[in-house]
Design a protein around this ligand. Sequence first.
Ligand code: BGC
Length: 272
Amino acid sequence: MTHYKTPLYGQTAIVTGSSAGIGKAVAKTLAKAGANVTLNYRSSQEAAEEAAHEINTDSDAGTAIVVQGDVGQENDVNTIFKQTISHFGTVDICVANAGMQLDHPLHKMPLEDWEQVLRVNLTGQFLCAKAAILEFKRRGMREDVSKSLGKIIHMSSVHEIIPWAGHANYAASKGGLLMLMESICQEYGPEKIRCNSIAPGAVKTEINKDVWSNEEGREQMLKLIPYKRIGIPEDIGQVASWLASDQAEYINGTTIYVDGGMNCYPGFANGG
Ligand code: BGC
């Protein structure tokens, strides 16, 4: 049973791309804080169901359901919202987390890999924000659960400000996301919708396993992290749960870097 005093008690969250990695940790942390959660996945049904099971068997957490959908497709995003609303009544928190990398040197990058990354990482964020705003406005204020009409959290990356050779499609999608987030903040802040981003640095997940899973890759990664620790998904989950709560009510239009200092140009520590 979630306690009435838990920060997200009585609220419902959608977390896209939450069958594993950062999305799964965010979903579990939000549920621990009392929220009901829709776990969305595109292809890993079994993993998503296992994540939901972990939440549903935790007597301190909210309830979880699982909904399939590709965030790059408007119909799928609408389905994720419709099923959440029919099950839980509304949506209070949208964590647009789903993202991907398809890496190539720019001169060898197939147009389809450019477009696919932009579709999931940027268009997908737009579609989720649009559906969330429509639902927040339809439902109206619920002062008993939150001082905000709704909260949108975009999962960005340090690469919204750090250029990344060999990953131009990914960096461009995250750079675009910064302006999307800030524009939404300007446009819907007056309606008490809070829109922010979290920018993880190097966090151990499948997306960068080829780097952190070998000694040389790990060393290279650590050179880029002043705090000298590679992140774990729970580092992001905790920040997302706080950012979604009224404890962070006055935070709007901001990116929170959760990166051990990666955005502080560590290459300049001994040079320049
Ligand atoms: C990327 C990871 C990378 C990290 C730091 C993330 O956004 O998805 O692959 O390790 O940024 O460079």
